[in-house]
Write a protein that binds this ligand. Structure first.
Ligand code: 13P
Length: 254
């Protein structure tokens, strides 16, 4: 089964509108036609989405948001709706990131509501899952991933799943410089794919793309991307430098 690789830049709380332009000008010039050979996505902070949308028009690089509300509109101070994101040209929304889970208390139930809201609007969730070091060392890796996948996808149709990308991000590898070994990552990805096969079907599971995230750098990405069940990367730190992110795309296509 050949799945198109998907490389996404999660800038987290970095780069306002001016810095977004400063990144995208050299980045878009450097990637040339590479954005056609794999899927490339950039997720700036909300306030930088209009600046990014203007630069990305016609580039083949898609725009993502880092979060969205599970509600349509109303008295939700500080929140941003899926409709507002859509108006700005956003195509993908990162949901369930471990920072949203651990710092902002997002539960599997909330993440599930957000996933469904994003899918209902015709956008594409990037659904993040992953275990903490304590959970891994406590032998709970499979239980944690099973719960996150099952509860996050309640009521999501086969079509909805196929319109989503999953991202396996072991919490202990995020921003730490410690990456999962290619074998550890492959094992977790194969397990997540088996969960999708149980919930949907093997045929559907084989089509779903599962990105790896957690300290992906130009120096370690080729080996990770070469694993059979790893279909791209969700990149934090190394996506902040246009040269590094371009190198990750080049590695993925090598
Ligand atoms: P780092 O690449 O900085 O480890 O971040 C990974 C991540 O959280 C992407 O969503």
């Amino acid at each position: 089964m050949s799945r198109t690789l998907v490389l996404a830049a999660n800038w987290k709380m970095n780069k306002g509108p001016a810095a977004t332009g400063e990144f995208l000008d050299p980045f878009l010039a450097s990637i040339g036609s590479q954005a056609g050979a794999c899927e490339v996505i950039v997720a700036p902070p909300f306030v930088s989405l209009p600046a990014a949308a203007a630069k990305l028009a016609g580039s083949g690089v898609a725009l993502a948001a880092q979060n969205a509300s599970q509600f349509d509109s109303g008295a939700y101070t500080g929140e941003i709706s899926v409709g507002m994101l859509q108006e700005l040209g956003v195509k993908h929304v990162i949901l369930g990131h471990s920072e949203r889970r651990s710092i902002y208390g997002e539960t599997d139930e909330v993440i599930n509501a957000k996933i469904k809201k994003v899918l209902d609007a015709g956008l594409h969730p990037i659904f993040c899952i992953g275990e903490t070091l304590e959970e891994r060392e406590g032998g709970k890796l499979e239980t944690v991933l099973r719960t996150q996948v099952r509860d996050g996808l309640v009521g999501v149709s086969e079509e909805g799943l196929l319109n989503s990308v999953l991202a396996y991000e072991p919490v202990w590898a995020i921003g730490t410089g410690v990456t999962a070994s290619p074998a550890q990552a492959q094992e977790a990805h194969a397990f997540v794919r088996s969960l999708l096969a149980d919930l949907y079907s093997d045929e559907v599971a084989q089509k779903v793309r599962i990105q790896y995230g957690g300290s992906v750098k130009p120096g370690n990405s080729a080996e990770l991307m070469a694993q059979p069940d790893i279909d791209g990367a969700l990149v934090g730190g190394a996506s902040l430098d246009p040269k590094d992110f371009q190198a990750l795309i080049a590695n993925a296509l090598a």
